[in-house]
Design a protein around this ligand. Structure first.
Ligand SMILES: Cc1cc2nc3c(=O)[nH]c(=O)nc-3n(C[C@H](O)[C@H](O)[C@H](O)COP(=O)(O)O)c2cc1C
Length: 200
């Protein structure tokens, strides 16, 4: 049986002005090695891929970030010191995938290996059923765009809450694919390192 971590409800009352978060959004590559709290992880994952409108008999759920044709093909994984988890937005919980610490594989740059949290954006290509995504290049383009929308939410949340973050293309995708045990239809698109800003 799978192990799950039930996340506390996300805190949605953050009062930091949106316009200031947009202005202060920055790629920052240094972090305090201290772990984030489970509340921060809950907020972060909800901001990224949270469900804001539940599925009904007639319509699919909606997420915090848009996706082409509402495909919702990006699966969000989080690497923590105590394991690798997949975020399940409907239940707002984490499903354990590995009990190993794989944070050293989030990015190839040295400072990325030391980040307390690593997000991994995986696109499930089997969800691209529309004729619009017939060719392989359409799938890659859409997966990268959908990841960009999600990662910007994370950037803005980080700017508003004193976290540092960097979206990463410098990733050994084949290695991650292998250690995560992904299927051939599941592609690592980008990763994103996150940690608390170092106190001055
Ligand atoms: C698709 C994409 C991939 C990126 N890959 C990396 C990366 O591998 N390593 C890194 O340090 N920064 C990476 N960045 C961050 C960019 O270097 C950064 O956004 C750029 O220098 C502008 O800085 P700013 O985000 O603070 O405005 C990436 C950004 C994007 C959008």
């Amino acid at each position: 049986m799978s192990d799950y971590i039930e996340l506390p409800p996300p805190q949605k009352e953050l009062e930091f002005p949106l316009m200031r978060a947009i202005e202060q959004r920055r790629t920052k590559r240094r972090w305090d090695p201290v772990e984030l709290s489970i509340q921060e992880i809950s907020n972060l994952l909800w901001v990224a891929c949270g469900v804001t409108v539940k599925e009904t008999k007639r319509s699919k759920s909606r997420r915090t970030a848009p996706s082409a044709c509402n495909t919702q093909e990006i699966q969000l994984y989080i690497a923590l010191s105590y394991g690798l988890y997949r975020y399940e937005g409907n239940e707002h919980r984490l499903k354990e995938i590995l009990s190993d610490d794989i944070r050293g594989d989030i990015g190839t740059q040295k400072m990325m290996k030391a980040a307390p949290v690593g997000l991994i954006y995986v696109s499930d290509f089997s969800r691209f059923k529309s004729f619009l995504f017939k060719e392989e290049k359409d799938k890659w383009l859409t997966a990268a765009t959908d990841t960009g929308c999600i990662s910007e939410n994370v950037y803005l949340y980080a700017a508003a809450t004193g976290l540092n973050t960097a979206l990463l293309g410098l990733v050994n995708r084949e290695r991650l694919q292998e250690i995560m045990g992904l299927g051939v239809h599941e592609k690592v698109i980008y990763t994103q390192s996150i940690g608390r800003a170092l106190s001055k």
